[in-house]
Design a binder for this molecule. Structure first.
Ligand code: MIC
Ligand code: SF4
Length: 642
């Protein structure tokens, strides 16, 4: 039987298990990346492991998230990460060099390799033919130390693209279409592999837009083949030698097939507050807008920016609309400046931001009250922009730029026939903002610089025989990690200070959650389906751990968050009968009797509702390794052999 692209790469990196869908497999990881919002924790964890040098082929520490420096905290964190990188053998991408995923694609991504990153949009690397997976910081720390990375062998979905995109219809519209079809839960436990003739018409950055936002499907990752177009991109990045061809065998077998005819696609938008609330721009109609933000790891490539500049050329941003543009990397910004495209943006009135995540993670540019903002980003969760009642629409760069001029959501096809953009055959290569590590000899005498904001991370205890605790919170479906542990300019500087962060936990859902947990001393959370979707931030597990959360019982979990809970030693269970979710109320006292023995022996687990004198059956699917981790009280205890 033939293999898919994903299976070929997995097979080459398989160190444990077999490629049987649904079973646990261990992968050798070639490359890792971190960013600064998750990186501080990942490097504290790496330091706790006591390994002197990273053992991967390549590990890069990026600074791109916490770039507003309104106090000493962010700059201290940058310095800490830089000092670890220098000493431990990592490259360090300095602030200003760009968004991790964009820079990684340009300078380091290699077809056929594995990459894990402490950021959920790491699958951007799938655009260049990598198996690139988002993970928690601790998993990345383990991989940096040469350890195996474990996932459940996913099902493989074939998205077959035919035809080619019409003018003003973009790669973003392809992934929005996939989101409309599959929804934000549709990709859980799956890899999305793109095939078909339509692939040939997409450049590597366009493919990367699609694999990037595959994260919003809940997918393990997404991948494109590596072909002549990949080769051209690598050549233009002066890295032709990194190219290998990768394509699925003729007789490869997929678990599901979705067909999309690119000729028929039209400009789409995801409406507030979920990336899968997709309608065509036409259908939504000409709503008045207050803000447009262009950039983020989804849409900040040179190609995207050149299109935006061409649309803005000679025009003025509509009155009462604020347009901000953040080119994805120093390379992109520099090329825009040298060819004059930047001038078209500035002249039209765009507010040019540094090459970083910026508004995407609420680092500035929060919209006005009840503001309508069009963004080329990947997430429009309620409150993520920093304005609780703002409405965010996710659109392509073309739709964003045309709408910025008209002042209302506009189908970009109204702008004209087509844009005349030519991609340069060679990018400007200057890696002067990527610091190289010290040699092992030099490294010995180097110090790691900890700032006063860096506090030790919480530790957990061995799983007790029985867990009895009150329901500290009950929430509904699609709870995101932005609900659990919000980000934004005010909170992100404390990513290395769990005690301080804890006061913001679940604040959007319940103002009193943190104080109630402190009163209770321990608690259980009840959730709906797709609990923990979104970011890879392990803070969404570490903070609840700090607040005494022992178990989380839901209708279903998102992949990375579930792995982070297990790493932290918090028990994730799902209801056998979803109806039981309705029977439990906040404040009920629950008891997981003999839970230690039961999960150790793989027996059925029941939770007793002591307040209502009822009992409900729960489900779990921990692998042997995960069971051992939970018994030990998390991955760190497990690794230390406790
Ligand atoms: C995000 O887009 O939510 C982030 C910020 O990039 C996160 C990581 C984080 O919370 O630091 C992600 O997607 O993993
Ligand atoms: Fe940064 Fe936004 Fe991409 Fe997350 S989604 S890595 S915050 S640009």
């Amino acid at each position: 039987m033939g293999l898919t692209v994903a299976e070929k790469i997995i097979k080459n990196h398989l160190v444990e298990g077999e490629m049987i869908k649904g079973s646990e497999i261990g992968l050798k990881i070639d490359q890792t990346l971190t960013q600064d919002a998750t990186g501080t924790m990942a490097y504290l964890e790496f330091e706790a492991m006591g390994i002197p040098r990273v053992k991967t082929e390549l590990s890069v520490a990026y600074i791109d998230h916490n770039t507003l420096q309104t106090g000493f905290e962010n700059a201290d964190d940058h310095r800490f990460i830089g000092s670890v990188a220098k000493k431990r053998g990592l490259r360090f991408s300095r602030p200003g060099n760009g968004i991790c995923h964009q820079v990684h694609l340009e300078r380091f991504g290699k077809p056929g390799k594995t990459l894990i990153g402490s950021d959920s949009h790491t699958p951007t690397g799938g655009g260049i033919g990598m198996i690139a997976i988002g993970a928690g910081g601790l998993d990345v720390a383990v991989a940096m130390g040469g350890g195996t990375y474990y996932i459940t062998m996913p099902k493989i979905v074939n998205v077959k693209l035919s035809g080619s995109l019409k003018p003003f219809v973009a790669a973003k519209d392809i992934i929005l279409k996939v989101l409309q079809i599959m929804t934000v839960k549709g990709g859980v436990g799956k890899i999305i592999e793109y095939t078909g003739d339509g692939v040939k018409s997409l450049s590597v950055p366009e493919r990367a837009t699609i694999t990037n936002m595959g994260a919003e499907l809940g997918a393990t990752t997404s991948v494109f083949p590596s072909d002549e177009i990949t080769k051209e991109f690598l050549k233009a990045q002066s890295r032709e030698e990194d190219w290998i061809e990768l394509k699925a065998d003729e007789d490869a077998v997929y678990d599901e097939v979705i067909e999309i005819n690119l000729d028929e696609l039209e400009p789409l938008a995801a409406m507030p507050h979920m990336p899968d609330r997709v309608k065509s721009v036409k259908e939504i109609g000409k709503i008045k807008i207050d803000q447009v933000c262009i950039g983020s790891c989804t849409n900040s490539s040179l190609m995207d920016m050149l299109k935006v500049a061409e649309i803005l050329k000679g025009k003025t941003v509509a009155p009462n609309v604020s347009l901000s543009i953040a080119p994805g990397s120093k390379q992109v910004l520099n090329m825009l400046s040298l060819n004059g495209a930047l001038s078209s943006m500035i002249d039209a009135g765009a507010r040019i931001l540094e090459s970083a995540c910026g508004p995407c993670i609420g680092m500035g540019q929060s919209p006005n009250s009840k503001g309508i903002s069009l963004r080329t980003f990947n997430r429009n969760f309620e409150g993520r922009s920093g304005t609780a009642d703002a409405g965010i629409y996710l659109v392509s760069p073309e739709t964003a730029a045309v709408s910025a001029i008209t002042g209302y959501l506009t189908d970009p096809r109204e702008f004209g026939d087509s844009l005349k953009i030519t991609m340069p055959g060679q990018f400007i290569i200057n890696d002067n903002m990527i610091e190289l590590p010290a040699s092992p000899e030099e490294a010995e005498s180097l110090e790691i610089i900890y700032g006063p904001n860096i506090k030790p991370f919480p530790t957990s205890e061995k799983l007790p025989e029985t867990v009895t605790a009150k329901v500290a919170l009950k929430v509904g479906n699609d709870i995101t990690t932005d609900h659990i542990m919000p980000a934004g300019a005010k909170i992100l500087p404390y990513r290395s200070n769990i005690p301080y962060l804890s006061q913001f936990c679940f604040k959007q859902c319940d103002e009193n959650f943190a104080s109630r947990c402190k009163e209770l001393g321990k608690g259980i959370i009840i959730g709906g389906s797709n609990y923990g979707q979104g970011s890879s931030r392990e803070h969404a597990a570490l903070v609840p751990l700090y607040l005494g959360i022992k178990a989380i019982i839901t209708k279903s979990f998102a992949r990375i968050h579930k792995a982070n809970l297990i790493n932290a030693g918090i028990l994730p269970f799902t209801f056998k009968n979803e109806i039981d979710y309705d029977r439990i109320d906040e404040g009920d006292e629950l008891s997981l009797e003999n839970v230690r023995e039961k999960i150790e022996n793989g027996e059925k687990v029941f939770v007793k509702n002591l307040s209502k004198n009822e009992e409900y059956e729960l489900e779990y699917d921990y692998s042997e390794r995960q069971t051992a981790m939970l018994l030990a009280g998390g991955l760190l205890n497990y690794t230390k052999g406790e």
